[in-house]
Design a protein around this ligand. Structure first.
Ligand code: 8Y7
Length: 290
C-alpha cells in the first residue's frame, strides 16, 4: 500500500507506523440536518460545524448535500450545487482537504473546479461521465460498494458470500478506474456498511476488513458512525450511538482501516490516538511512538 494518499492539494500520511488512521468528519448540508429544517443560516451552521471539527483534529471534511437515507428523494444537480458549492468556496482555505459526497458527474466537475480535493461516491463512480469528471484533476476518490440503489437497498439484501462479492466488486471498479489513467495513489476503497447490507453482512465485512484491504492493496475507508447496525447491537436510538460509533471506528482501525468516516470527530480522534500510542503488534513493534 502507498504510504501517502494523494488528495487534491494535499498528501496525507497513511503509513500505520507513522500516524493514526485519518479521520473524515461528516458535514451534512441537507436542510433536514439543521434545527430550523430549512435554508435559513445554513451556511453559518455548516461553517461553525467545520470549524469545530478542525479544532477537534479532523483530517478530511466530507461535505454532503444529498441525504442517502433509505427512501430519501433524489436531488436535482442545481439543488445539490446550491447546497454544496457555497460551503466548498467558504472552506476552501480552511487548511483541510475537502471531500464532496456526490454521485453526480456535473456536481463532481463543479466542486473540483471550486477547489474540492476528493470525491466520495457511494455509487463507486459508476454513473456515466463520473470518471471523465474527475480524471484530469488530482482529486482523491473513495470507491464504495453499494448493492442496488439507496431507495431499495435495504429491502432484501442478499449475498452468497458478502466478503467475496464486495471484494470482487471493488477490484472490478478499481481496475476500470485505473484503466482511465487514474493513479492508485488517489484511490481508497470502502465496503459500504449499511448500503444494501443486513447487520450480519455488516459484521462479516467488519470482521474481514483486513482481508479486503490486503486484497485490494489500497487504503480502506470505514463508515459505521451512528449506523443502524450499531443501534441493533446496543438497542440505542441514533442520537445515543456515540460510544458504539467510537468502538466501531476502533475495531475497523485495529483490523486495518486507514480512514474512518465519523460524526464525532473529537471522541474518535482521542480513541485513535490512544490506539496508536499503544501500537499494533504486527506493524509497529519496535518503532518509536509519538
Ligand atoms: C457512507 C458514506 C454515507 C459510508 C462512504 C451515513 C455518504 C449514511 N455512509 N460514504 N456516506 N462510506 N464513503 O449514515 O459508509 O452516514 S451516508
Amino acid at each position: 500500500m502507498n504510504v501517502t494518499f494523494q488528495c487534491g492539494r494535499y498528501r496525507l500520511p497513511l503509513d500505520p507506523r507513522q500516524s493514526r488512521p485519518l479521520v473524515m468528519g461528516i458535514l451534512n448540508v441537507t436542510p433536514d440536518s439543521f434545527s430550523d429544517g430549512g435554508r435559513f443560516n445554513y451556511l453559518e451552521s455548516a461553517l461553525g460545524h467545520a470549524e469545530q471539527m478542525i479544532a477537534d483534529g479532523v483530517d478530511i471534511i466530507d461535505i454532503g448535500g444529498e441525504s442517502t437515507r433509505p427512501g430519501a428523494q433524489v436531488l436535482s444537480v442545481a439543488e445539490e450545487l446550491r447546497r454544496v458549492l457555497p460551503v466548498v468556496f467558504a472552506l476552501r482555505d480552511c487548511g483541510k482537504p475537502l471531500s464532496v459526497d456526490t454521485c453526480k458527474p456535473e456536481v463532481m466537475h463543479e466542486v473540483l473546479a471550486a477547489g474540492a480535493d476528493m470525491i466520495n461516491d457511494i455509487n463507486g463512480f459508476r454513473s456515466d461521465g463520473a470518471l471523465r469528471a474527475i480524471k484530469d484533476s488530482d482529486a482523491a476518490l473513495c470507491i464504495m460498494h453499494m448493492q442496488n440503489e439507496p431507495g431499495t437497498m435495504q429491502q432484501n439484501p442478499h449475498y452468497d458470500d458478502v466478503v467475496a462479492e464486495v471484494t470482487a466488486f471493488l477490484h472490478q471498479r478499481v481496475d476500470a478506474i485505473a484503466a482511465e489513467g487514474i493513479a492508485p495513489q488517489r484511490m481508497c476503497v470502502d465496503p459500504g456498511f449499511g448500503f444494501g447490507k443486513t447487520m450480519e453482512h455488516n459484521l462479516a465485512l467488519l470482521r474481514r476488513v483486513g482481508d479486503i484491504q490486503q486484497s485490494l492493496g489500497l487504503p480502506l475507508l470505514a463508515g459505521l458512525s451512528r449506523k443502524s447496525t450499531l443501534g441493533v447491537i446496543t438497542g440505542r436510538p441514533v442520537e445515543q450511538r456515540m460510544a458504539a460509533s467510537v468502538a466501531a471506528a476502533l475495531v475497523a482501525a485495529e483490523r486495518g482501516a486507514r480512514i474512518v468516516r465519523v460524526h464525532d470527530v473529537a471522541q474518535t480522534v482521542d480513541a485513535l490516538k490512544v490506539w496508536f500510542a499503544v501500537g499494533q503488534p504486527a506493524t509497529v513493534q519496535g518503532q518509536q511512538q509519538k
